[in-house]
Design a protein around this ligand. Structure first.
Ligand code: ADP
Length: 398
């Protein structure tokens, strides 16, 4: 069975074709500048191709990626009938979707009713899903996999905000949490790797990339997570502030004479590592700048690492124990310095990293703890596309 995994934005469409017999990636790529002009990047084991194209809508992008998969030197399947199903990443499923579902007309109508909760993402997903349906035969199952679904197990005491209850009833304002596919994938992968039942483990998963979130996974279920109503909440990120005192918002609005859209922009696009350092949102560049003596670059990584540490501590307290800490995402998998500093001085709670092991991680799943550390610190590379493909296969087979 071959499954096409789609991660669509308003002007882009990332894809992977996965062969489920060995879970290998046959091809992957990205259609960009949809609605502007068009550019496709396509890679297989033996070929890499990039060319301009005409993508007035997502439908033309789908047709072009199918053409790349089925013709020429970059061909990996004979024709599109080899694609058994399509799995779509959907950012917001709200309280409506607590697991992956098969896409139907009714389901899409329901999904449309919650677009307000993720205006930058969900409308684009729906447009892409409809475009995909127009290009593929109706008999090809389409499945939606939600970033929020894994966090629907969070209890009310952790998902409610202490604002008037009517805000929850009227506008569905609550913590939803994001990156759920990644937190679910790495926690399950770890349990499989160490040969222990996930139901018995207390894990803190740190997904650190351009967007970052930290989750308490107790017995395989998310019981709390750092992102909230939107992906702006939680720890400092590339350009996002993470949690701040809410009154800062109105204070800046008054002082800088800004409207809600401008403050939203300031907090989402001009804050985080970029805002604090004043130089970059990229972790590698930040570390380079800090090494050259840039004090604000150093400050932004110090903020990041102390915040990670506080989440680990508070989630261990919330779960009443801790067996594993997982680092994943571009930063979590690659930055030994982040892992080292975030776990520094944590021996009191059983966390101790072996620095030689920490430095020896190169894209592999690895235990980087000191031999006698009670809590094991692990690096587990994430694979959200694979989990989307697995969910899709399961739903198709059911
Ligand atoms: P996204 O959230 O967009 O998927 P990624 O998970 O790819 O992002 O993470 C991107 C971040 O990972 C960037 O800040 C990048 O600098 C960082 N990163 C990638 N490789 C390294 C590395 N070797 N050392 C430190 N940071 C790294």
């Amino acid at each position: 069975m071959k499954i096409l995994v789609i991660n669509a934005g308003s002007s882009s469409l990332k894809y992977q074709l996965i062969d489920m017999t060995n879970e290998g990636v046959l091809a992957k790529g990205n259609c960009e500048r949809i609605g502007i002009d068009g550019l496709i990047t396509h890679k297989t084991d033996t070929h890499a191709d990039q060319h301009e194209a005409d993508f007035p809508t997502h439908a033309e992008a789908f047709r072009e990626l199918v053409r790349m998969l089925t013709t020429g030197d970059h061909k990996v399947i004979a024709d599109m009938s080899e694609i058994t199903a399509v799995g779509h990443r959907v950012v917001q499923g709200a309280e409506m979707f607590s697991s992956s579902v098969r896409i139907t007309d009714d389901m899409l109508a329901d999904l449309e009713t919650i677009s307000d909760l993720a205006p930058l993402h969900n409308p684009a997903h729906i447009i892409a899903i409809r475009a995909c349906q127009s290009v593929f035969d109706k008999s090809v199952p389409q499945v939606a996999v939600f970033d929020t679904a894994f966090h629907q197990s969070i209890p009310q005491k952790a998902f409610m905000y202490p604002i008037p209850y009517e805000m929850y009833e009227k506008y569905h304002i609550r913590k939803y949490g994001f990156h759920g596919t990644s937190h679910r994938y790495v926690s399950a992968k770890l349990a499989e790797h160490v040969g222990k039942p996930l139901e018995k483990l207390k894990i803190v998963t740190c997904h650190l990339g351009n967007g970052s979130s930290i989750t308490a996974v107790d017995g395989g279920k998310s019981v709390d997570t750092s992102m909230g109503f939107t992906p702006l909440d939680g720890i400092i990120m590339g350009t996002r502030s993470g949690s701040i005192d809410p009154s800062i918002v109105t204070y800046i609005q008054e002082k800088e004479n800004m409207g809600p859209k401008e403050v939203n922009d300031l907090l989402n696009k001009k804050s985080g590592y970029l805002g604090v350092s004043g130089v970059t949102s990229d972790q590698r560049d930040l570390v380079d700048a800090a090494a050259k003596g840039n004090a604000r670059a150093q400050l932004s990584v110090d903020l990041q690492r102390s915040q990670i540490k506080k989440y680990i501590g508070s989630y261990a307290a919330a779960m009443g124990g801790l067996d594993y800490v997982i680092f994943t995402g571009g930063i979590g998998e690659n930055s030994a310095e982040t892992r080292r500093d975030a776990c520094k001085n944590m021996e009191f709670m059983g966390i101790e990293i072996d620095e030689a092991l920490n430095q020896s991680v190169h894209g592999d799943l690895k235990d980087i703890s000191a031999p006698n550390a009670r809590v094991r610190v692990m690096v587990v590379p994430t694979n959200e596309e694979l989990l989307i493909a697995r969910d899709t296969m399961e739903i198709v087979n059911a």
